[in-house]
Design a protein around this ligand. Sequence first.
Ligand SMILES: Nc1ncnc2c1ncn2[C@@H]1O[C@H](COP(=O)(O)OP(=O)(O)O)[C@@H](O)[C@H]1O
Ligand SMILES: [Mg+2]
Length: 312
Amino acid sequence: MPARERLPALNGDQAPVREAAAGQPDESEGPQDTSGVPFADPVGSAALAADAGTALHLLREGGLTVHGRLTDASNAVLYCTATLDGLTAPCVYKPVAGERPLWDFPDGTLAGREVAAYEVSAATGWGLIPPTVLRDGPHGCGMVQLWVEPDPAAEELLALQDPAGPEPGWLPIVRAEVGPGRVALLVHRDDERLRRLAVLDAVLNNADRKGGHWIPAADGRLYGIDHGVTFAVPGKLRTLLWGWAEQPVAEEALDVLARLADDLDGALGERLRPHLTDAELTAAAERVDVLRRTARHPLPSPDWPSIPWPPV
Ligand SMILES: Nc1ncnc2c1ncn2[C@@H]1O[C@H](COP(=O)(O)OP(=O)(O)O)[C@@H](O)[C@H]1O
Ligand SMILES: [Mg+2]
């Protein structure tokens, strides 16, 4: 079972603060004037996210303007617009220069792994990660990802319920202390989009699938973000999506995994190679093989904290 840990309020402030900034990764102090920061229109942002060809061209070739820095981010995450041929779209730009080194990810870059994660997601056909590219920008090479505006009307995908639960339509994550002597059950919805995301995360070996790392878009689709700590060789799956642990992988996901296995051996593998080590590529292919062989969702590892903290 995942470690039992103390839960803070789950519906705390998840919304990022987009501070207007001078564009320097380390200049974000003090109150800022946000009046000039363009905000994404939820419908337009969802439409572009689903049109990967157009979005990738815009992100790769468009002129980047930095409008501000995301203040809830642990690395430099800059809120930008990309403009090309009269089309402008908000995006995030994470320059490699703004990455904090991680002892357990000594090779490659967070930005490169984010692009590699996007490539795998694109190969599944599930479109679970917004279009993402690696390119030069105002602060040097970095990843640029289309901004997906969260749909404020989207239903909650996480909840705290009575420990005797879960209620119908929900799946258990972990029992957690929520106050002195008070235990609650943290649950996520039994949702097809989350289930696909759980399979993708098992392939990516995602070490950071917290609740703030998926975004429900206005068109009903769900997008995963923040895939910098993925593709490690040892098992590091850390996620909230344990509701299907040890359950059979859906038939459609097995078909996708079969295609992924071939693709990793071919064109997809070549697209990943610039971003990953040989050992990381081999490990990714092995994870796909294990998922296909067992045909079951993975269990939490006893050797690794399997629940992200904080959970949102
Ligand atoms: N593609 C995106 N679309 C919308 N919001 C995003 C996107 N990428 C990042 N964000 C927002 O920016 C915040 C910080 O980005 P994140 O990728 O989590 O950076 P970090 O690696 O520093 O945690 C996220 O919590 C989210 O609110
Ligand atoms: Mg994050």
